[in-house]
Design a protein around this ligand. Sequence first.
Ligand SMILES: [Fe+2]
Ligand SMILES: [Fe+2]
Length: 171
Amino acid sequence: MTGGVRNSTTGILADDKTEQREELVAMLQKAYWMEIETVMSYIANSINPDGVRAQEIIESLQEDIQEELGHAQRYASRIKELYGVVPGSQEFTAEQSYLQPPEHQTDVVHVIKGVIEAETGAIEHYNRIIEFTDGVDYVTQDMVIEILHDEEGHRRLFEGYLREYEAEGLA
Ligand SMILES: [Fe+2]
Ligand SMILES: [Fe+2]
């Protein structure tokens, strides 16, 4: 990388791993944007809902916002460590069509289903990163396994909320 300084000969930082590193950085950039969009969506959906039953959802999402923001920061740090650059805001493209505000703000089921969809998308992408990094980059793999654990917890919590509505025939 730098003149006169010896590069690592093993692991993801080795010169002969440049191609894999670039592919991994692209996957981490996608993960970073997913977290950033989730922060935006969870802020809106922790404020918009109306009604007695919305309170539990609001409180859960308020907590999750901080966790998702922490995930975005961890992805950003790892991108830099892998010689990538954290993208600027103009590279952002929104994808969470399912987490847009519902027509009626008492429609809590819409929010619950949207959160499950967002968490499921994260779980799928993070599993791909874990598989890609196997035997290639254990540091990234370790980090993403931890983040995946958080997302599985978020998903399970909202599945529980959905079950309650399904049991009452409301979802
Ligand atoms: Fe996250
Ligand atoms: Fe999450």
